[in-house]
Design a protein around this ligand. Sequence first.
Ligand code: AMP
Length: 385
Amino acid sequence: MTTTVGILGGGQLARMLALSGAPLGLRFLAMDTEPDACAGQFAPLLVGDYRDERALAEFAAAVDVATFDFENVPAESAHWLAERVPVFPNPHALSVAQDRLVEKTLFRNLGIPVGAFAAVDSRAQLDAEVARIGGACILKTRRLGYDGKGQFRIRSEADLDAAWQALGGQAQTVGLIVEAFIPFERELSVVAVRGRDGEFRAWPLTENWHVDGVLSASLAPTRTDAALAEQAFGYARALAGKLDYVGVFALELFCRDGQLLANELAPRVHNSGHWTIEGAETSQFQNHLRAVLGLPLGATHMRGHACMLNWIGALPDGGAVLREAGGHWHDYGKSPRQGRKVGHATLRADSPEALARALRSVGAALGRESQVAPVLDALSGIRAG
Ligand code: AMP
């Protein structure tokens, strides 16, 4: 009997889930509000609103298990669905990850270090909390923010008016949180998977670079001492256990003075894990499907060294990537639009030197020297170390 996996959200993550599930003989049904959602090029697409019970009922009737490509599915819809079909990750885990305040409070309760933060309900509270935290801060929406959207950097008191003007209107709707700005040296992520039986596996720690709040490049493995990596994996394991999480997730971390601080939990396959498609024994997409279906998890060790470059807005010419021995091209089949993730490339090599060579050549051919520069810097650190 064929198994159909339902995916709420029909973007590139759903598309890559469907592609990785094909060898397992799986069928898919993606649900999205947009009729041109790019997963629809590979899987049947149900177009509907996540709050529409009729559409949700049609989705539930057609699938054996449901999961997400998008974390902002309304919690009530996830709960409604979970009464009719197994849903992984569970709706509680989803709702924790949907709210930055709840999520950061959980980190703190689990002993996972976080920067200072506070809820903000009013302008007076914003002023008071920024004064209490001291130094630069970031005001963020508690819910529905992603890729740096719904954020305002407060460098000094002079920015408070502008910050409130930008986001104050959302204080009573999605809620606001103010956080200390962390002058981090590096951004890292743990991409990990937990099975239905509680088995936990993580891919090697990934280093990430963002531009304007959007991921630009990821590198794995990265320079980290083993103790720091173990600490990061320990945090991810504790979090997943506490939430009874099933599936793949990412824990985003800042590293400052050799210390880790948690930023956020993404309750789904994650952009910083795209390199696992070619760079790891089992990809995050395949392991997510194995987890939600209760199948044995695949090994997460690396095949050499991998770097992922994100294509934002429009795709460059793929030739330079395809010419590399370890070059892999991913076109999400989306129309170009400013700020939109339209594809990525992964370069894989057996040594840091070979990866650096490939990156230099792709960077130069595409005029993307500034995108690859921080990765080359990190790779030279790995070679020296
Ligand atoms: P987020 O949506 O919280 O993942 O934020 C997107 C990006 O903005 C992060 O990956 C960081 O590069 C930056 N950022 C977010 N919060 C902070 C913070 N508290 N301190 C410094 N940078 C931050």
